[in-house]
Design a protein around this ligand. Structure first.
Ligand code: HEC
Length: 446
């Protein structure tokens, strides 16, 4: 709380302003104030933070559009929002970097409003207080905004009702006639039926089918995944003639299902070339996972940056036993050539302390706080897996678990989006940040 307040202070540029903003809703909720009602207080929060998923035809199991829809779920809503499990955004707010792009999470005041609504008997309130219904278009279902290009499978893959996980490659030729640079990517199932059976899939760029049939990794979809938005002036090159390979990992669910997935791309305008190349890669894969039954296991993995880099986002990847993951930077020793080299500086960049199986969320750092890491920095990924009966997603706490691609095996790595910078550019950015930080500190001191 204190950390995120601090960042608001920085944004608003004035302490008084922020306290005024925080103090008002808290006051409004005091017992002397009028009761919290659905129509007046809760519906606006659900419209903003929940309904995009909780409406007919979207990903969530129930609708939260109306009072009648939401009322039976009141207790569960209170539990989920207080635990910060809904809306899905599970980054630790008290560790490391605390400002992100498009952070959908509720403020403490919004959570307090929902809690007091439920504690007060979840009243409807005056129907005339109900805000006009939020309008949804298809565009709302793209996290990155309206894509310039959507690549779809030519025809659905028909998944049999039963049997083991299906791993399927589907190559699509979207007919790209020109090179282009992508600024944002999102991939996802194309319809609600497919949502139910797609465990995850990756998209790959196949430039030459003979030479490299697998292609270059582009992005990944897994249940709950949002999208990858690259930092300003960075793009991913897709060459003319490139085909898209969808590598699908599907779980049969008892009925024959036609599966269709799609890839949305936002691209730089024709003729505009971004200065930097951005991409998303595995970091910190732990090679030999050893997760004994009934235990919480920790594994570590490392990636050394060959060049200075800007880290744009962090996304933990684990399966059913995933519990938490942290990313830290072990900086190179700045005084290596001195007679007494100092200890390396270590900084925790982010932790997802309450990892929720099924939610593969990318946490994109706000541009002015995205980590700038010098060459030689080691990115250290620590993962915890919970193989006890306390983990409600654990299919069998009696089994030992190792690494593997099936949902019942485990994985341990982070998807990290980075851009390599040249030395001058890196140094310039570090200096600019230090200046900006200095300016904001001196502004705050009267
Ligand atoms: C990104 C999509 C998304 C958003 C945004 C979202 N939800 Fe959900 N919600 C889901 C999905 C999918 C599930 C079922 C899977 C799960 O529980 O993780 C779910 C489950 C739930 C459940 C548990 C239902 C049960 O079966 O017990 C509650 C309660 C809930 N959401 C409330 C909310 C509230 C309140 C908000 C807004 C403050 C919200 N959700 C925002 C997608 C979403």
């Amino acid at each position: 709380m204190r950390l995120s307040l601090g960042s608001h202070v920085f944004l608003a540029g004035g302490v008084a302003l922020v306290w005024a903003a925080v103090a008002t809703p808290v006051f409004a909720q005091s017992p002397v104030a009028t009761a919290v009602t659905f129509t007046k207080d809760v519906a606006p929060i659900l419209q903003k933070a929940c309904q995009n998923c909780h409406r007919p035809g979207s990903v969530a199991p129930m609708s939260l559009l109306t009072y009648q829809d939401a009322r039976p779920w009141a207790r569960s809503i209170k539990a989920k929002v207080s635990a910060r499990e809904m809306p899905p955004w599970h980054i630790d707010r008290n560790v490391g970097i605390t400002r992100f792009k498009d952070d959908p999470s509720l403020s403490d005041e919004e959570i307090a409003t929902i809690v007091s609504w439920v504690d007060g008997g979840a009243p409807q309130g005056n129907p005339s207080d109900m805000p006009p219904a939020r309008q949804f278009s298809d565009l709302d279902s793209w996290y990155i905004g309206k894509p310039d290009i959507v690549v779809k499978m030519d025809k659905p893959y028909v998944l049999p009702p039963t049997g083991p996980d299906n791993i399927v490659d589907v190559l699509v030729d979207p007919g790209f006639t020109e090179d282009m640079y992508v600024m944002a990517i999102e991939s996802k199932p194309a319809d609600p039926r497919s949502f139910k059976v797609v465990h995850h899939f990756t998209t790959n760029l196949v430039e030459d089918e003979e030479e490299d049939p697998t292609g270059l990794f582009l992005n990944e979809y897994a249940l709950g995944k949002n999208g990858d938005v690259f930092p300003p002036n960075s793009g991913r090159l897709i060459k003319a003639g490139t085909k898209i390979n969808f590598n699908l990992h599907l779980n049969p669910r008892g009925e024959e299902t036609p599966v269709s997935v799609q890839l949305g791309l936002k691209v730089f305008p024709k003729g505009q070339t971004p200065k930097y190349v951005a991409f998303t890669q595995h970091m910190g894969d732990a090679p030999d996972l050893d997760i004994p039954s009934g235990q919480i296991a920790r594994h570590d993995g490392y990636f050394r940056l060959p060049r200075p880099a800007l880290v744009a986002s962090f996304q933990p990847h684990m399966h059913n036993r995933g519990k938490a993951m942290c990313m830290e930077a072990i900086y190179p020793d700045v005084r290596a050539d001195s007679a007494r080299p100092g200890p390396s500086r270590v900084e925790t960049l982010s932790c997802v302390s309450n990892y929720q199986f099924g939610w593969h969320i990318t946490y994109p750092y706000a541009d002015d706080v995205a980590p700038l890491l010098p060459a030689g920095t080691i990115v250290h990924i620590t993962a915890w897996h919970d193989n006890t009966a306390n983990n409600r997603w654990n299919p069998n706490p009696k089994n030992w678990v190792g690494g593997g691609a099936r949902s019942i095996d485990e994985m341990s790595f982070a998807w990290v989006t980075i851009t390599y910078l040249d030395d001058d550019d890196f140094n310039q950015r570090v200096t600019d940040r230090a200046r900006a930080a200095q300016r904001s500190t001196s502004q705050q001191q009267p």
